[in-house]
Every structure is written in C-alpha cells, then in structure tokens.
Design a protein around this ligand. Structure first.
Ligand code: FES
Ligand SMILES: [Fe+2]
Length: 405
C-alpha cells in the first residue's frame, strides 16, 4: 500500500500550536464556537445540580433548572470571580466574592446593597453572565459559545454519528472514571487514537500481535468532520450501525471507535470473550504542551445474546471485569501518553508534514477537519468584532464615578 501524501491535509507549520502559547490561545478561541463535549447528564440529574468543566480552556459550568440544562462561563459579571470553585455541586448561582446572585438566564437579580453602591436596583443594572449553548446526545452534554450567525444543531454536527454516540454513551451500571494528565498537546493525543499502525511497536504486551490489523479487513469511514474505524469490511457498516442504534436493534459484534471533532472519542470494544464495554474519552486541552485525558468506561448497554454458561456466571464475572478493566485502560493509556510526550519534546524540530501510512489515513482527515474548524472560528471572531465595534457599550460604573471602591 502506497504512502499517503499528507501535505494536502497538514499545514506545513502544523506544530505551531504545539510550541507557541499564543498560537495555541488563538486556536482555542476559534474552537470555542464548536460543539464540544462537556460532561455527563447524570451529573446534572436533579434540579439545581451543576458541574464545572472547560470549553476550549475557558472555565464554564452547566446547571439543571427544572427540565432545562443551562450553561454559563464561570466568571462573575461583577469583578470576574469564578462562580463555581468545585467540580460539582447543587444550589443557586451566588458568587462567593460579593454575593451577587443570578437567575436561570444568568441575569444578576440579587446584588447586595445595590441602590447604595450602584444607584439602582439589581435588575436595572442589566449585568449578566456569558451564556453558553447546551445540547445533549444520549448521556453526553455538549456546549459551545454563542455566535451571531446561524449554525448547525448538535444532531446536524454529528450526522449519522448522533444515534451511535447516543446509544454508546448510555450506561446501565456505575461507570468507572479515570483522569490522566499528559505533558503533550491535545492534538497529539487525538493523532495516536487515529493511528492503527503503532499498536505492535508501542503496546507489545498489552495488545501484542493481536493489535495488528490489515487495511482490507477493516473500514475507515468519514462522516462530516468526524471519522470512525469499524473492525469489519462490510460495506455500509456505519449507516447500518447508525440505523440499528436509532431503532434500538443494535447488538455489539465487533470493535469500533469514533473520533468526534474536536476532542471526543467514543468506542465499543470487546472486554472479555463475548462481553463488550463502551469507552468515552476526551483529550482536554490545558496549554500548548499539556492536556488531560478524561476517560469513562461502562458495560455496553445492549442486550447480549450470550451462551447460557456466560449468562449464568455474569453476576459474578461483571464486577471482576469492572474492577480489572480500568487497570488495563490505564496501562494502554500510559503507553500512548508516553509516546505523545516524547513527540511533544521534539515538536519544535518538526518542520514538515509526516508520511502517513494506510493505517494512519484518518490522521490526515482529522487535520483537515481541524483546519476547517479553526478557519470557521476565525470567521466567527471577525464577525463578532465587527458587530462589537458597531455597538460598543462601556461597562456600568457606580455613582462614585469609576468603579465602586
Ligand atoms: S466578583 Fe462576583 S460578586 Fe463580586
Ligand atoms: Fe495506542
């Protein structure tokens, strides 16, 4: 199989955001307008529940108000104190710095001594939190920063992947979660997840020779900006899986992995004999040379047609599998992360696109989609700054003139 010319997919300076903090910050500003996985719906199941996370490196939180999920940038409108200072909790939005209180629309409705300090009542001040748009797919909550132009819904963004991600994300039992810091750029984490060529060299004991696949036996599928590897050569495997997930008839029979731009991975894998687990992983960007892998593993939520001996011992074997699996996931993850960290260490020496093997084809697709998303974000930023310059309004000041002392 011939080497793929990768210059059509890669910028020649594709490592700039890996080595230059300013280029990384610009990239993240652009990606803030893209639907991004934020967390799990079960963490905001009850009225008032909230979780804190990041969206393109900006601190945000998601909160349930009755039947609705709302999201806000985690920065107080008053003097920018973070409203949520823990990872999750339950309760009204009250800032810890001066006790400003906000409603479900992010409007400041309870400002202590407002008349005395600002010369008006709370609502009249018009202070509010920056909202973020929220949408769900199965058990996954996604968000993006609002933009002044019409954009695609989450269902449109995920296309045929929507029913698949929705089905795979649902968990019937308590999931196991892991968090692994990586001293490497988030895109290197994505690249290695899209690389089916490294398995034998990098995972000699965890996968060994069983990790080797032949291109003609598998399917690489591109859908919208995203892509998938399905361990079957059956034509239309993605469309069939999508339809079966949508109508509830899907059954797990082979490994598959879906890379959802910008940084989400959802996979279905054989954990032991006839048993399958689902895997949700996000490579969270922290800095140009740092990211965190957030991983959740849960038993596949599909009815299993196991033979009777497996069915019989399942109540005993499930807890053992659930206990052992995170160790295995962590070991494989560590092997991948070490490789990413070694690449990060020489990133400043990389001045051209790589050679891509047939089993690395999807890395090229990812880079192309990534460039498209960053370019889309740049357009959005231009549009926003043009609008802002047309209707520039100064921040409110108190009766004492500048600020309120
Ligand atoms: S910074 Fe939040 S109330 Fe003052
Ligand atoms: Fe790997």
């Amino acid at each position: 199989m011939a080497l793929r010319g990768s210059s059509a997919f890669f910028d020649s300076d594709w490592t700039r955001t890996l080595v230059d903090p300013q280029a990384f910050a610009h990239e993240q500003r652009c990606l803030a307008y893209v639907w991004t996985f934020l967390g799990f719906a079960h963490d905001v199941a009850k009225d008032g529940d909230w979780f804190r996370t990041t969206l393109a490196t900006r601190s945000v939180f998601v909160q349930r108000f009755g039947s609705e999920l709302k999201g806000f940038e985690n920065v107080c409108a008053h003097r920018f104190y973070p409203l949520r200072t823990k990872d999750k909790g339950n309760g009204p939005i009250v800032c810890g710095f001066h006790h400003w209180r906000y409603d479900h629309d992010g409007a400041a409705i309870g400002i202590p001594k407002c008349q005395e300090n600002f010369g008006t009542v709370s609502r009249a001040l018009g202070a509010r939190l920056n909202p973020i748009e929220i949408a769900t797919c199965g058990a996954l909550v996604f968000g993006r920063f609002p933009a002044p132009v019409k954009r695609e819904s989450l269902a449109e963004f995920l296309g045929p992947g929507f029913p698949i991600v929705a089905a795979l994300s649902r968990s019937r039992s308590t999931p196991r979660t892991l968090s692994m810091p990586v001293a490497a750029n988030w895109r290197l984490n994505l690249h290695i997840s899209l690389d089916d060529y490294h398995t034998v060299a990098l995972h000699p004991t965890t996968f060994g020779k069983s990790g080797h696949v032949r291109r003609e036996d598998i399917s690489y599928v591109r859908f919208g900006l995203h892509s998938a590897f399905l361990n079957t050569s059956k034509p239309d495997a993605l469309a069939e899986m999508s339809a079966a997930c949508a109508d509830g008839s899907f059954r797990a029979t082979h490994y598959c992995i879906f890379q959802i731009l910008p940084n989400l991975i959802v996979a279905l894998f054989r954990s032991d004999g006839e048993f399958f687990h689902c895997y949700v992983q996000q490579s969270v960007p922290m800095a140009h040379d740092r990211s965190v892998q957030r991983i959740r593993v849960h038993p596949a939520p599909f009815p299993a047609d196991h033979a009777w001996p497996a069915r019989l011992i399942r109540p005993l074997s499930d807890p053992i599998r659930n206990r052992l699996l995170p160790h295995y996931v962590r070991r494989v993850g560590r092997e991948d992360n070490e490789a990413c960290e070694r690449l990060q260490a020489v990133a400043h020496q990389i001045e051209r696109p790589p050679y891509l093997a047939a089993l690395e084809e999807r890395i090229g697709w990812f880079e192309q989609s990534y460039r498209e998303l960053v370019a889309g974000g740049e357009e959005m930023l231009k549009e926003i700054s043009a609008r802002d310059s047309r209707k520039l309004s100064p921040p409110p000041s108190g009766p004492c003139g500048r600020g309120t002392g």
